[in-house]
Structures are given as structure tokens and as C-alpha cells.
Design a protein around this ligand. Structure first.
Ligand code: NAP
Length: 312
């Protein structure tokens, strides 16, 4: 029986693991993939306090330090996929592919995933021209053309990163102004490799050879459709989606109170289920950043500790 099981090793889960380990709770961190969650595929970190300076900090470098720090304080870990949970009793049950675990408290920190672009034929071209990770796939588009959907911080920052590879990057945005922070916008407007397609959404994608080579775009003001074809010499191009995220909370449906898929908590990260806490991007909150995820994880772990103390 663990004191606390932490689901997910992004910044929220890792920080919860650090705080749980430091308070000498018997803690288990369960992660199915690589540590870091969304930040593991983020090329540049500019706003996490205490980060390495001069462009030396990436998602992976920051996460590697967090992981090491968690290990130092004795939080146990297992690499496994959660299949179901039962939070109804005093003993919380977590069933994974490789085994079942029990704890007095649980911290849910399973994060979020990229929102699909939402166009016709999208599923056929994911990994064959469509991507949601510039760090992972940007290299494939060396000297090719790339299209980026979105107008927030992620879309504009990742578009700039993609100019390291692509000869031209076109941002397709559904409005005529960006949502991204002004400082990020200024850099993008000054980048000669970046172009903009305003008031536009991607309706359909195609590629007769199985690789993406055609995008049909609709102007939301005029409803006019236009077709973008890959350059003849390239025969293909990249389409990256950065239009926000959806919470990874399906497993907890019917057990924890949510709104639009986001878990509701109080300021102590407590959900409506006693002994179950939530931290990070899957919470309903106003700012989803590494720093707020880390803060959530710290609060959740210290509240889990207090919960156990009060119950004993
Ligand atoms: P976001 O800020 O929610 O922006 C999403 C963008 O996608 C918006 O421009 C939105 O258009 C557009 N969009 C949403 N749904 C769409 C759809 N169905 N079709 C077409 N376009 C759609 O998301 P984000 O950029 O991924 O950022 C998420 C969070 O991470 C934010 O809090 C952001 O500040 C943070 N972040 C921060 C940094 C940084 O600080 N350096 C870097 C990356 C991300 P509208 O503008 O019209 O709504």
C-alpha cells in the first residue's frame, strides 16, 4: 500500500514526486512513455524561472534535471499504462497493463494532448505529412515548405523553430490577428521565412501517393475554397497543428467531477473525491505552463500528506 500514487511524469507529476519523496511518503510514480509530457517535445523554454540561459534550455534538458531530482528523494517509479482506476473507497486502486497498485491517495497528473486539426482525411496523413511536434518531425522538412495551423504561442514559436529546416513556413490562422504574446509575434513578423494566411481554416488534406501534397483551405469570411499544392520538385509538404490541447481525462470520467473534460479542483488541488488530487494541464485553470503545473504538483503532494495525517 502506497501513501500516494502519482499518475503521469510531466512537470506536475514529477514535482509531486519530488515533494512526496521529500516528505518521506511511500510514493509511486506511474508513466507510460517518456518523462516530460508535452514539454518533452518543446524545443525552447524561455519563461521557466532558473532555466539555463542563452538558448541552452530545451524541454528535454529541463525535464532531465527534474527526473534526476525526483530520483534523489526516493519516489518509486514504474513504466506502465493505466487501464482503469477505482477511486470509490478509502483505498484507491489503479490497474495497469503490468500490475495493480493501491494507495491511500492519488494525484492525477496525466496532462493533455494536441487537439487534432479537425479536417477531412486528417487521420490518413498523421505521420505522413501531418505532425503535432516540430522538435520531433521538423527535420523531415529540410528545404521543403511547411504549413502551421494556429495563432497562439505554440503555433508561432514552433513556426519559427521550423524555419531552421523549411525554406518557407506559412501560418494558417482562423482570424486576422495572432493570439500569441506580443514579444513572440514581433519575432515572427520579422522572420523573412514566415508568411501568413489569415482568416483561414484547413478543410481537407490529400495526397495521391499516400504522402501529404494538397491542402484545401477555406476563407472563413468569404467561404471561398482554395487549394494549396506541393511544389512539383518537392512532391510533398508538412502540415503542423498547434491549436491547443485536450485533457487526458477519459479514464476518470464518472469518478471525478469535470467540466468540458477538465478536472475541477479547489485551490488545494483536491477533487470532489476525498484523497484524490489533480495537478497540471488537465485541471480547469487560467494558465497552463510548466511553472503552474509544477506549482500544482507541489501543492497536491503536500495536501496528500496532510490528508493522510488527518485520517490517521
Ligand atoms: P492557445 O493559446 O489556446 O492557442 C490556440 C490557437 O489555435 C489559437 O490561436 C486559436 O485561435 C487556434 N485554434 C483553436 N482551435 C482551433 C480550431 N479548431 N481551428 C483552427 N484554429 C484553432 O494554445 P497554445 O498556443 O497551444 O498554447 C497553450 C498554452 O501553452 C497557452 O497558455 C500558452 O500561453 C502556453 N504556451 C506558452 C508558451 C510560452 O510562453 N513560450 C509556448 C507555447 C505554449 P483563436 O486565436 O482564434 O482562438
Amino acid at each position: 500500500m502506497y501513501d500516494v500514487i502519482i499518475l503521469g511524469a510531466g512537470p506536475a507529476g514529477l514535482t509531486a514526486g519530488l515533494y512526496a519523496g521529500r516528505s518521506r511518503m511511500r510514493a509511486l510514480l506511474i508513466e507510460k512513455g517518456l518523462d516530460g509530457g508535452q514539454i518533452a517535445t518543446t524545443n525552447e523554454i524561455e519563461n521557466y524561472p532558473g532555466q539555463l540561459v542563452d538558448g541552452e534550455e530545451s524541454g528535454p534538458t529541463l525535464i532531465a534535471r527534474m527526473t534526476k531530482q525526483v530520483e534523489q528523494f526516493g519516489c518509486e517509479r514504474v513504466s506502465d499504462t493505466v487501464e482503469s482506476v477505482d477511486f470509490s473507497g478509502d483505498v484507491k486502486k489503479v490497474v495497469c497493463t503490468g500490475g495493480a497498485y493501491e494507495a491511500k491517495t492519488v494525484i492525477v497528473a496525466t496532462g493533455a494532448h494536441a487537439r487534432p486539426i479537425g479536417c477531412k482525411n486528417e487521420g490518413q496523413f498523421v505521420g505522413k505529412g501531418i505532425s503535432f511536434c516540430a522538435t520531433c518531425d521538423g527535420f523531415f522538412y529540410r528545404d521543403k515548405e511547411v504549413y502551421v495551423v494556429g495563432g497562439g504561442d505554440a503555433a508561432v514559436e514552433e513556426a519559427m523553430f521550423l524555419t531552421n529546416f523549411a525554406r518557407k513556413v506559412t501560418i494558417i490562422h482562423r482570424r486576422d490577428e495572432l493570439r500569441a504574446a506580443k514579444s513572440i509575434q514581433e519575432k515572427a513578423f520579422a522572420n523573412p521565412k514566415i508568411e501568413f494566411l489569415w482568416d483561414s481554416v484547413v478543410e481537407e488534406v490529400n495526397g495521391p501517393s499516400g504522402i501529404l501534397s494538397q491542402i484545401i483551405v477555406r476563407n472563413v469570411k468569404t467561404d471561398e475554397l482554395s487549394t494549396i499544392e506541393a511544389d512539383e520538385n518537392d512532391g510533398m509538404f508538412g502540415l503542423f497543428g498547434f491549436i491547443g490541447f485536450l485533457p487526458n481525462t477519459e479514464l476518470f470520467e464518472g469518478q471525478i467531477e469535470m467540466e468540458d473534460g477538465y478536472i475541477l479542483t479547489d485551490e488545494n488541488m483536491a477533487t470532489n473525491v476525498p484523497g484524490v488530487f489533480a495537478a497540471g494541464d488537465l485541471r480547469k485553470k487560467s494558465l497552463r505552463q510548466v511553472i503552474t503545473a509544477a506549482a500544482d504538483g507541489a501543492i497536491a503532494a503536500s495536501q496528500a500528506y496532510k490528508f493522510i495525517e488527518a485520517a490517521e
